[in-house]
Design a protein around this ligand. Structure first.
Ligand code: ADP
Ligand code: MG
Length: 460
């Protein structure tokens, strides 16, 4: 049995034990990363699923493994990892599922009751990526204005338009919004990723069908190319793009591209292509500020007709700062979870569910560093000694207190706490937390010490 077959068998066991709907929600896109000597790595698509499997399905998974492999299970680790696949695959596979379900007259809940799947139109554009659904903030004002202008006056306003910025900040959304806008006026729209362009080029060279690319790319009113950073170093493809560019540009056809970094920093991008790309308008998208993040979340709730308390929106906006895709993802998961379990939104549940990825990375939030520092300050010892290996009595004690606080105050998982404290095993952490808890019941002095430490880190 290979890992894939094993996983199918395990899922078969789990499937009978849980509801169909939660099965689909939590086990979609999971797979076995490795299975060796009783150590299992289960790959999951996101932190939310990780927390959920750890919390709710750990025992079931262990039992299922034991049942099927007849081997003892030593450890299961949940790792966030997705199989590399076409970015549109998710949308497409959802569509396929949906078609299947419709054929069989069976409506399956995939995630959330009000969930509206993204659909791709005939140009391959996501119909949700419009100007209307795009929130304008300081970070994307220029790019948005330029995109709007291009949507109104293609080939005239800015040609080409280059939108660049970090991952998950809305480049593809804006690029496709232009496409969606212009699709009202013309049918000659082509949207591709630079990988697709590269593949087309390679296939043409291989097959010797010289006119294929020309027909496809040089005969459009609007050419949208996503993520052109991948053209770096591909000389033949760049040359082809260069000629395509020239021809379209001369004919006043609009070209819009996105890039995940400034053009000049794309390695091995030909100078002449670089200078062409700089002819028109180069606009960047930077990190959204707090208000913009709030507005995006509110808009998303509004779209889904979901009333989310302000406190939760603020919490998410405070904690996920650098990637709008992640911000949206977290919100969607929460809505799904609350709707699914018929619960009203509760901030405490959220902290628990999202603690792994939120709190530990946040400087503004109480995190491991604050707690280590505060404990060190109180006992007058150095942070590095708390993290170190020494078994000196006072160091062991402060280390255990840090573990306890990370568990109680930050709700980190035992393995994460172990990691934060110099890669210690999670059983050590569990032992420490239990020990401090017991000690607190009878030791008034310890209780006060811990209260004082809390005061310190809350004020750091
Ligand atoms: P990029 O291409 O820069 O990696 P995307 O365009 O794929 O990022 O955006 C990621 C997600 O965030 C998409 O779902 C997109 O709709 C959403 N998003 C990004 N910026 C905004 C914004 N300003 N308003 C609304 N949604 C946004
Ligand atoms: Mg993109």
């Amino acid at each position: 049995m290979n890992n894939e077959q094993l996983w199918q068998a395990i899922l078969g066991e789990i499937e009978v034990a849980v509801s169909r709907a939660s099965f689909t929600t939590w086990f979609k896109q999971t797979f076995i990363g490795s299975f060796e000597n009783g150590n299992i790595v289960i790959c999951v698509p996101n932190v939310f699923t990780k927390a959920w499997l750890e919390k709710k399905y750990h025992t079931e998974l262990i039992n299922a493994f034991k049942n099927i492999t007849k081997e003892p299970v030593i450890k299961i680790i949940y790792k966030i990892e997705t199989k590399k696949e076409d970015p549109t695959a998710q949308v497409i596979s959802y569509k396929k599922d949906k078609e299947k379900n419709e054929e069989s007259g069976h409506q399956e809940i995939v995630s959330g009751f009000n969930f509206k799947p993204s659909t791709l139109n005939k140009f391959g554009l996501n119909t949700k990526y419009t100007f209307d659904s795009f929130i304008v903030g300081k970070n994307n004002k220029l790019a948005h204005a330029a995109a709007l202008a291009v949507g109104k006056n293609p080939g005239v306003a800015y040609n080409p338009l280059v939108i660049y910025g970090g991952v998950g900040l809305g480049k593809t959304h804006l690029l496709q919004a232009i496409g969606n806008e212009l699709s009202k006026k013309t049918d000659k729209i082509l949207y591709v990723t630079s990988e697709k362009f590269t593949n087309d080029y390679i296939n043409e060279v291989k097959s010797g069908r010289a006119k294929f690319l020309k027909d496809k790319y040089r005969n459009v009113d609007l050419l949208l190319i996503d993520d052109i950073q991948f053209l770096g170093g591909k000389d033949g493809t760049q040359e082809e793009f260069f000629h395509t560019f020239n021809e379209l540009h001369q004919a006043n056809k609009q070209i819009v591209v996105t890039c995940d970094r400034p053009l000049k920093t794309i390695p091995a991008l030909e100078e002449r292509l670089l200078s062409r790309l700089e002819w028109g308008m180069v606009a960047d998208i930077t990190l959204p500020d707090f208000e913009t993040r709030i507005a995006i979340l509110q808009n998303k709730c509004h779209e889904r007709n979901y009333l989310m308390p302000e406190k939760i929106i603020n919490y998410l906006a405070q904690n996920i700062q650098t990637n709008i895709r992640e911000l949206e993802g977290a919100l969607t998961k929460l809505i799904t979870y609350f709707e699914f379990n018929d619960l009203s939104p509760d901030i405490n549940v959220i902290r628990e569910l999202l603690s792994d990825n939120l709190v530990s990375t946040q400087a503004t939030q109480i995190g491991p560093l604050h707690i280590i520092e505060a404990t060190g300050k109180y006992y007058n010892i150095l942070s590095k000694d708390i993290l170190g290996q020494s078994r000196k009595k006072e160091l062991v004690k402060s280390r255990q207190i840090v573990m306890y606080l990370l568990r109680e105050e930050v709700q980190l998982s035992f393995p994460s706490i172990g990691q934060e404290l110099g890669n210690r095993d999670h059983t050590t952490v569990m032992h420490a937390c239990r020990k401090i808890k017991q000690e607190l019941e009878k030791n008034e002095k310890l209780l006060q010490e811990i209260e004082s430490i809390k005061q310190i880190f809350k004020n750091i």
